[in-house]
Design a protein around this ligand. Structure first.
Ligand code: NAG
Length: 331
């Protein structure tokens, strides 16, 4: 064994002996700051580690106190040792036995801004506490929001008639134990899906995804998403829906067909009428022609043989013929 190795072993031995001094090996991990809605709740994520690993919850005492005074407790098992204006409003959501010191504060007041620090004590017996350690360096402070944030709406710019349309409403918050409720003004949607996720430690996002099939009558209507936060505060955002009609030429096709149909019927009617009159005129012309033909034929014959006109004419049918023959006779 060389000098160096001996030195190292000696150092390790010293370190092992002095370990109680390094009780600072307790480590806490507290979210540094959170935006908090007044009147709502806030959940502060917190965890800690102990060199001896997980210890039974019964032997651990978790305390949350004001940063400037460890006796001004905002959370402790024994309610009587908690500051009066925090009594009944704070609880540990985490189990100390699982190294989880997550704190919930209900009904946040605008002067609750902190900072607040976590401290843990390990009890050896019921009365004696040992290994006390305060993590004063790991504290949280709040930025108070007197009015809630408005939900954000994300959606395609225009909807198309008869095609599913999706609008997402999302709101961030720091109260995951009492998630804000998101509601829609749209009656009878096809689907509403909810998503709740932690976007970064202590900050959560609640989402509601609305899906529906827009009709023609939905054009220029408003859709409203309302967020109701723990404690009763609400905020909302609206959007105006623009519905693109699906390609539909009925408004052009129907009048065109009607106009063409009328024109065709009218044309056919005209042609038939014209035809009818043409034949009638031709008939009349033929009739006239035949009369004069007969007359001229008769006159030629009568010059050759002066026979009785009664053989050629019938007075009832052609009076002019009779007159003609009577003049011939007289000569
Ligand atoms: C601590 O407890 C809270 C509340 O039960 C839980 O949401 C969180 O996930 C826990 N954290 C860890 C690191 O287990």
């Amino acid at each position: 064994m060389d000098q160096n190795s001996k030195m190292m072993i000696f150092c390790l031995f010293l370190a092992a002996l002095s370990s109680p001094v390094f009780a600072g090996e307790w480590k806490a991990n507290v979210v540094k700051s959170l935006d908090t809605l007044v009147s709502s709740c806030v959940v502060v994520p917190c965890s800690f580690t102990h060199p001896k690993g997980n210890l039974p919850t019964s032997r651990l005492r978790g305390i949350w106190h004001r940063s400037n005074d460890r006796n001004q407790r905002i959370y402790f098992e024994d309610q009587t040792q908690v500051l009066e204006n925090f009594r009944g409003r704070t609880r540990l959501l985490g189990h100390l036995g699982q190294s989880n010191c997550t704190l919930e504060i209900m009904d946040v007041k605008d002067h609750d801004n902190g900072p607040y620090c976590f401290r843990i004590e390990q009890a050896l017996t019921e009365t004696k506490t040992d290994d006390k350690f305060s993590f004063v360096e790991d504290c949280v402070k709040f930025t108070m929001l007197p009015v809630p944030l408005k939900p954000a709406l994300t959606h395609p710019k225009t909807a198309t008639q008869d095609l599913p349309y999706t609008v997402t409403c999302s709101v961030t918050h720091t109260c995951p134990s009492h998630v804000p409720k998101l509601t829609w003004s749209k009656a009878a949607p096809d689907a509403v899906n909810e998503v709740h996720r932690e976007i970064h430690p202590g900050n959560w996002e609640a989402q509601s995804i609305l899906t529906f099939i827009p009709g023609e009558k939905d054009d220029h209507t408003e859709i409203k998403c309302t967020a109701q936060f723990n404690g009763g505060k609400t905020s909302f955002t609206t959007l105006t829906l623009y519905v693109k009609r699906t390609e539909n030429y009925n408004h052009i096709i129907i009048p065109t067909v009607a106009a063409i149909g009328t024109a065709v019927i009218f044309a056919v009617f005209c042609i038939l009428m014209a035809k009818k009159y043409k034949t009638r005129i031709a008939e009349l012309q033929n009739q006239e022609g035949s009369v004069w033909n007969q007359i001229s034929r008769l006159s030629r014959r009568s010059r050759i043989s002066r026979q009785s006109p009664a053989l050629y004419c019938s007075a009832e049918r052609h009076p002019e013929c009779v007159v003609y023959f009577s003049t011939i006779k007289e000569k």
